[in-house]
Design a protein around this ligand. Structure first.
Ligand SMILES: Cc1cc2nc3c(=O)[nH]c(=O)nc-3n(C[C@H](O)[C@H](O)[C@H](O)COP(=O)(O)OP(=O)(O)OC[C@H]3O[C@@H](n4cnc5c(N)ncnc54)[C@H](O)[C@@H]3O)c2cc1C
Length: 416
C-alpha cells in the first residue's frame, strides 16, 4: 500500500477500514542467506539496503524486543553533518544526503526537519576551532555559516549572552542540520524492508553464534536455531555481549545517556542548539515538548535508566544557557545504552570470523548515521569490501593507532 494525502482522505471517508499492518509478523525460517541481529535503526536500514541496493531478499532481522525499542526510539533526534575529520566527514555528509531524500525513498513521513543547528562558542580559541570546522564542512560540500554574537542574538534572543563563565561569543550555523521523528525512522525502514521480502522477527533474542572451521554458520535464538551464510551484529549498546558469543572482545564500553522532555509549549525554540561547554543540546518537538540532553552517566552499565546526579547536571546546564527554561515542567526522562568506542568513531567491518560482520561504536551520535550506516553495512555484507565513505571505520585501527578522534579527547570511552 502506498501512503499519500489522497489515501488519507479516501480512508477517512471509508471509516479507516482499509489500512493494513505496516509489516508482517512471520515465524523464523530455518535458514536465511543473511541474518541481521538487532532491529534498531542500523539493523533495519542494513536489511533495507541489502534488499534495495543488492537485490538480496532472503534476509531476517532478529530483534530481542520490539522494533525500535532500543536507542533508535530513545534519542534526542538530532541529524547533522558537521564533522571535521576526513573519514567522518564524507560518511556523515553521505548520510545527510540520504536523509534529504528519505521520506520519498521510504514513502513514509519521518518528519525530517532541517531547522538549522547552531553550535555556540564562548572564547576566541573556541571560535577559531569552529572556523576550521566550518571550512572543513564547506570543503566537503556541506553548509556552514559563522555567526557573531549579534547574529546569534537575532536567532536565539532568549539565551543568557552575558553569563559570567560562558558568555556567548557567537555560533556556527549548519542550516541543513535539524531533527527527525526517531520512531518513524525505525518504522519507515521496517516497512520498506518488509515490502522487499525481509522477515522482521520480533521477540527473538540471539543467544549464541554458531561457528564451524572459522566460518559463521548461523545463530541460536529463543525461537530456535537459524542457519545463515552471513550474520551482521548490529546491536548498539549490546555489541560487546553479542560479539562475545562469537569469542570476540570488542574495544567498546557501554554507558548510559539520558534525555528529557518538558510539557508541550507553544513554539519557542525553532533551531537545534548545542552548548558544548555545558554539554547540553536542545530542540523543540513538533508536539511542543522541549527535548534536551547532556553528558553520559560516566560509569559503564547495561541498565537503560539514568541517575539523579546527571538530572541535576543537565538542568543546571539548561539554566545556565537559557534561564527561561526554568519555567517549563519536565515531563519525563529516560536512558539508552551507548556503545562507546575509544576514539568516539564507529566501526563497520568484517570480523576475524568469515561471514560475521560488525556495525557498532555509534557513541551518542548514531541516529544521524542510520541511513549511511545501513547503506555501508549492506555494501560490506554484500560485497565483502568496505564502502568508500566508511573505509576508515576499521576494527583494527585500535591496534594500528589510526584513530578517528573527532574531539581530540584521547582514548577514553566515556569522554567522547
Ligand atoms: C538519550 C539518547 C540521546 C541520543 N541523541 C542522539 C542524537 O540527538 N543524534 C544522534 O545522531 N544520535 C543520538 N543518540 C544515539 C543513537 O540513538 C544511537 O547511536 C543509535 O540509535 C544506535 O543504533 P541503533 O538505532 O541500531 O540502536 P538500537 O535501537 O539500540 O538497536 C539495537 C537493537 O539490538 C537489539 N538487541 C540487542 N541484543 C540483542 C540480541 N542478543 N538479540 C536480538 N536483538 C538484540 C536491541 O533490543 C535493540 O533493539 C542518542 C542516544 C540516546 C540514548
Amino acid at each position: 500500500m502506498r501512503y499519500s494525502g489522497l489515501r488519507v482522505i479516501a480512508e477517512g471517508l471509508r471509516g479507516n477500514r482499509g489500512w493494513k499492518p505496516v509489516w508482517r509478523e512471520p515465524d523464523p525460517k530455518p535458514e536465511y542467506d543473511m541474518v541481521i541481529i538487532g532491529g534498531g535503526g542500523h539493523g533495519l536500514s542494513t536489511a533495507y539496503y541489502l534488499a534495495r541496493n543488492h537485490g538480496i531478499q532472503n534476509i531476517a532481522v532478529l530483534e530481542k524486543g520490539y522494533l525500535g525499542g532500543g536507542n533508535v526510539g530513545r534519542n534526542t533526534t538530532i541529524v547533522r553533518a558537521n564533522y571535521f575529520l576526513p573519514g567522518n566527514q564524507e560518511f556523515y555528509s553521505h548520510s545527510l544526503k540520504l536523509w534529504e531524500g528519505l521520506e520519498a525513498e521510504l514513502n513514509y513521513n519521518v518528519m525530517h526537519s532541517q531547522r538549522g543547528l547552531i553550535n555556540l562558542f564562548h572564547s576566541d580559541g573556541q571560535r577559531d576551532a569552529f572556523v576550521r570546522r566550518g571550512n572543513a564542512m564547506i570543503t566537503q560540500g556541506d553548509d556552514a555559516e559563522l555567526l557573531d554574537r549579534d547574529g546569534v542574538r537575532a536567532l536565539l534572543p532568549y539565551l543568557d549572552f552575558d553569563n559570567t563563565r560562558f558568555p556567548v561569543y557567537g555560533g556556527l550555523l549548519h542550516r541543513r542540520g535539524g531533527t527527525a521523528r526517531h520512531d518513524a525512522v525505525a518504522w519507515g525502514y521496517a516497512r520498506g524492508a518488509d515490502q522487499r521480502g525481509v522477515d522482521l522477527i520480533q521477540n527473538c533474542e540471539v543467544t549464541g553464534i554458531d561457528i564451524s572451521a572459522g566460518r559463521v554458520t548461523g545463530v541460536q535464538t529463543t525461537r530456535g536455531a537459524i542457519r545463515a551464510r552471513k550474520v551482521g551484529i548490529v546491536v548498539a549498546g549490546r555489541s560487546s555481549q553479542v560479539a562475545a558469543m562469537a569469542g570476540l572482545r570488542l574495544p567498546i564500553e557501554s554507558h548510559i545517556l539520558q534525555a528529557f522532555v518538558t510539557e508541550g509549549l507553544k513554539p519557542v525554540i525553532d533551531h537545534v542548539i548545542s552548548f558544548g561547554m555545558g554539554h547540553f543540546y536542545i530542540s523543540q518537538s513538533d508536539k511542543g515538548g522541549l527535548v534536551f540532553g547532556g553528558d553520559l552517566d560516566f560509569y559503564a552499565s547495561y541498565a537503560a535508566r539514568g541517575n539523579l546526579p546527571m538530572v541535576e547536571h543537565v538542568m543546571e546546564a539548561g539554566m545556565t544557557l537559557m534561564p527561561m527554561i526554568g519555567r517549563a515542567k519536565v515531563l519525563r526522562s529516560w536512558g539508552g545504552i551507548m556503545d562507546m568506542s575509544p576514539d568516539g568513531s564507529p566501526i563497520i567491518d568484517r570480523t576475524p570470523i568469515d561471514g560475521l560482520y560488525i556495525d557498532c561504536g555509534w557513541n551518542y551520535g548514531g541516529f544521524k548515521a542510520v541511513p549511511a550506516s545501513g547503506w555501508c553495512m549492506a555494501h560490506l555484507m554484500a560485497t565483502d569490501h568496505p564502502h568508500e565513505v566508511a573505509r576508515r571505520f576499521r576494527l583494527d585501527r585500535f591496534a594500528t593507532g589510526h584513530l578517528l578522534d573527532e574531539e581530540g579527547t584521547g582514548s577514553q570511552h566515556n569522554l567522547h
